[in-house]
Design a protein around this ligand. Structure first.
Ligand code: NAD
Length: 473
């Protein structure tokens, strides 16, 4: 499969160089993708800069209308986009609990349609005989969007839709592991925007690094690892770029002894294994009260035994991990935990077949100091730890530098809410985890990020305040 092109100033650009995109279910080449050069980046930034004045001058209602048409266009092509996403990312089209490729593309539509309805009203902070003082929200300028490989299309929409609504123009760089669906989708909607408003270049991390350092880009919105986020922050200093960083998570969940174990096990299983565990805000460290520890571990093990892992096109519950690097990381974490004496209730070893298949794995009797607990595993392997003292388990939950999400599970929602508020994280859930929606701000505390996405709070991140003071005396 060939024929993928970048999108620069409304034109399809083949680029001088290319790289292979692998199918994670087979470890074979799926397609060839163009690799953007420095010249391609310069052209994309120049196009975005050139398109900015007219685009930002449009009434917000007109930009909103373009975005609503974008959602319709993606919906018309949902099946084809989901099939391509499934092939390159590895997630089944349906998948466990219906959270596969169809769900990702459907999520794009929901996010676009909600976000397109937001507005940026002028705020009046004073209006009397002395002065009228207004707070205006101006677009921040050219936005560079750099995305990871776990939800390639959804995260692209999370980045570019509020940016475009606010009046910014964008240059998108998808992950080199999963560029195809983004390239296809952006070409599908390209004619809905003036040339230069929406640009996409592909390529490795070096292209992202060049964007982070580029003087013509005013803001970077980045979703990916904390290590890369730190590098972007350094590179962005040159022109004081605005930043939104959605970085790694290693979310803790605390289960109190008063829960209905069977019911909670089902929810915890789904939220820790969502997208094969390759979800930033998935539940990644499970702390269970001693009274129900054995019972909950057994319920999770039964669920793990009931699901299938296999090639994305064979309609399994879970597909492969997305890339070899991630597969090797999960294998190494499992091996280390086994050497330390942790007990595996399911899985634990890769499947003996081509592709990056690691089965759903539940690990008990594991120490907090194990790398499987201290490192974001980003795979289908859940460590389950025991606790007796609530203050101690809150301390253990807060012990890491990451702070994306956290949750408390209990029949007593008042007590659970009070405990959840003590977690050092951007989102604290009660009796749920990783649940996100277009109107609720989402972002990380500590080293899990900077700024938020979604809703009006997320939209404001693509704006610069201009205070207008009109003297009346
Ligand atoms: P990554 O940081 O390796 O890569 C992400 C993107 O950054 C890719 O497009 C890559 O090409 C680019 N990149 C690499 N080096 C760069 C540099 N020096 N400068 C600029 N760009 C560069 O992350 P990944 O492995 O693709 O994604 C997995 C990570 O993403 C996990 O840690 C996960 O938790 C995190 N993530 C976070 C969220 C969130 O919302 N907080 C969502 C999804 C994923």
């Amino acid at each position: 499969m060939t024929g993928y092109t970048m999108l620069i100033n409304g034109e399809a650009v083949a680029g001088d160089e290319s790289f292979d995109v692998l199918n994670p279910s087979t470890d074979k080449v799926l397609a060839t993708c163009p690799s953007g050069s420095q010249e391609d980046l310069e052209n994309a930034v120049a196009a975005a800069k050139g398109a900015l004045p007219d685009w930002s001058a449009l009434p917000i209602e007109e930009r909103s209308a373009c975005l609503l048409r974008m959602a319709d266009r993606l919906e018309e092509n949902l099946a084809a986009l989901a099939a391509l996403l499934s092939a390159e990312q590895g997630k089944p089209v349906e998948g466990y609990a219906g959270l596969g490729a169809n769900f990702e593309v459907g999520g794009c539509l929901a996010w676009i349609r909600y976000t397109a309805g937001l507005t940026l009203p002028v705020e009046v902070v004073q209006d009397n005989e002395q002065a009228r003082i207004e707070v205006h929200r101006k677009p921040v300028g050219v936005v560079g969007s750099i995305t990871p490989w776990n939800y390639p299309l959804l995260i692209t929409c999370w980045h570019i839709v509020p940016a475009l609504l606010a009046g910014c123009s964008v240059v998108v760089k998808p992950s080199e592991y999963t560029p195809l669906t983004v390239l296809k989708a952006m070409h599908l909607v390209a004619d809905l925007f003036p040339p230069g408003v929406l640009n996409v270049i592909a390529g490795p991390g070096a292209v992202g690094a060049a964007m982070a350092a580029h003087g013509g880009i005013n803001k970077i919105v980045f979703t990916g690892s904390t290590a890369t986020g730190k590098r972007i922050m350094e590179a962005a200093a040159g022109n004081i770029k605005r930043l939104t960083l959605e970085l790694g998570g290693n979310d803790a969940a605390i289960v109190l002894p008063d829960v209905d174990v069977e019911e909670v096990a089902g929810k915890i299983f789904a939220t820790s294994m969502i997208n094969n565990g390759q979800t930033c805000a998935a539940l990644k460290r499970l702390y269970v009260h001693d009274d129900i520890y054995d019972e909950l571990c057994e319920a999770l093990a039964r669920l793990a035994a009931s699901v299938t892992t296999g090639p994305a096109n064979e309609a399994p519950d879970f597909g492969p991990l997305q890339n070899r690097q991630q597969f090797n990381k999960v294998c190494a974490l499992a091996d280390a935990a086994a050497r330390e004496g942790a007990v595996f209730l399911s899985g634990g070893r890769p499947l003996d077949m081509p592709g990056y298949f690691f089965p759903v794995t539940i690990v008990r009797d594991i120490q907090d100091s194990s790398e499987l607990v201290t490192t974001e595993q980003f795979g289908p392997i859940l460590p389950v730890m025991r606790f007796t003292d609530i203050d101690d388990v809150i301390r253990r939950s807060n012990a890491l530098e990451l702070g994306l999400g956290g949750s408390v599970w209990s029949a007593d929602t008042v007590r659970a809410t009070e405990l959840a508020s003590r977690l050092e994280c951007g989102t604290a859930w009660v009796n749920d985890h990783a649940a996100i929606q277009p109107d609720a701000p989402f972002g990380g505390a500590k080293e899990s990020g900077l700024g938020v996405e979604f809703g009006v709070h997320g939209l404001l991140e693509y704006t610069q305040i201009q205070t207008v003071q009109i003297c009346k005396c």
